[in-house]
Design a protein around this ligand. Structure first.
Ligand SMILES: [Zn+2]
Ligand SMILES: [Zn+2]
Length: 357
């Protein structure tokens, strides 16, 4: 039912000691404002951020908390000042659902870097309402953070593009992935598999790095030109000074990763960009100036993406027919999906389907 009758139910964390045993709760949605779009959710992708948040790896979360930020659904209500959407449109929401819209970043299409960002879940609106995520019946978001989904892209495929897809599309675009560029992707999970798909669609030569031998055939089918097993000694030697971009999607580092070895594969002014965010106590391995100076390489990060980039990404997916590799489950089995994701058993992204509404 559209509008005021919408019931906001979600699968919530209520006890952090049972992080993937989620209970159905009814929650208070954000206060409906003139620029807001209300969406009846049909699909939601399962992201590593959900696991870090539920397990309290990024610090104590709010309770009860509904996570999930790869949301697809249908518009059921629009505020008076909404110009981009109408009831019935198929749309998506990613990891961010609000920002100040006034600051330099917001005006420069860098709203994903706004210091007053409202994350899709586990954040709080100025009036105190807690933002609850997409393992739920419905969500409200400012129209700036709602994305129109092209007819050619099925909802189950579009879902994980909203966070995983955008998070790797943004740095690939920013740092110039394209024809004649050699792009390395480190860690081929949900984000990494998208990075392979996008980098190929952009026309780059793709080098995929994995320690998991069982993924090699899949990664070749995704289109990678080269698959490198990082478990092999001296794997980087043949690639010294080769890559223009090395994108790391790893969200677990430990202290064994030889970061200097990765940086040695960068060509002059090559860029190492991390998008994965490990738990707070899992810092980047130490590096020395000797790892940065000899090839003049640069080390950086990237945070989700802007609406402008999201629309470009969806157009790339539409025009090139890019499809993610996903497994679908009913939403009530999201706990199983989260556990498998934590155990590294997903090939390559779970998407859960609405079963509460
Ligand atoms: Zn995410
Ligand atoms: Zn801002």
């Amino acid at each position: 039912m559209p509008g005021e009758q919408t019931k906001f139910l979600g699968y919530a964390l209520t006890d952090p000691s049972k992080w993937h045993d989620l209970k159905v709760i009814e929650f208070k949605p954000k206060t409906f404002e003139p620029q807001d779009v209300e969406i009846s959710i049909t699909h939601c992708g399962v992201c590593g951020s959900d696991v870090h948040t539920l397990t309290q790896g990024w610090g104590e979360s709010k309770l009860p908390l509904v996570v999930g930020h790869e949301i697809i659904g249908t518009v059921t209500r629009v505020g008076d000042k909404v110009t981009e959407f109408k009831i019935g449109d198929r749309v998506g929401v990613g990891a961010q659902r609000g920002s100040c819209l006034q600051c330099r970043e917001c005006k420069d299409d860098y709203e994903n870097y706004c210091t007053n960002s409202i994350e899709t879940y586990n954040s709080q609106y100025p009036d105190g309402v807690v933002a609850q995520g997409g393992y739920s019946t419905a969500i409200r978001a400012h129209q700036r953070f709602v994305f129109p989904i092209p007819d050619e892209i099925e909802s189950r495929y579009a879902a994980s593009m909203m966070c995983a897809g955008l998070t790797v599309y943004s740095p690939l675009k920013t740092h110039g992935a394209g024809p004649s560029k050699k792009v390395g992707i480190m860690g081929i999970g949900g984000l990494g598999h998208y990075a392979v798909l996008w980098a190929k669609a952009m026309g780059a030569e793709v080098y995929a790095f994995t320690h998991d031998e069982s993924k090699v055939e899949d990664i070749k089918k995704m289109g990678a030109d080269h698959v490198i097993n990082t478990g092999k000694k001296d794997f980087s030697k043949d690639l010294t000074r080769t890559l223009d971009i090395l994108l790391s999607t790893r969200d677990v580092f430990g202290d064994s990763t030889p970061l200097g070895e990765y940086l040695s594969m960068l060509y002059v002014h090559g860029r190492f960009v991390t998008v994965g965010i490990p738990d707070v106590d899992d810092t980047l391995p130490p590096i020395h100036s000797f790892d940065l100076v000899p090839n003049g390489c640069l080390l950086g990060g990237s945070k989700i993406g802007s609406k402008k980039e999201c629309l470009e990404m969806l157009e790339l997916a539409r025009s090139k027919g890019v499809k993610p590799w996903i497994e679908e489950l009913p939403m009530r089995e999201v706990g199983k999906a989260l556990q498998n994701l934590k155990d590294n058993k997903v090939r390559y992204r779970y998407v859960v389907k609405q079963d509460l509404a």
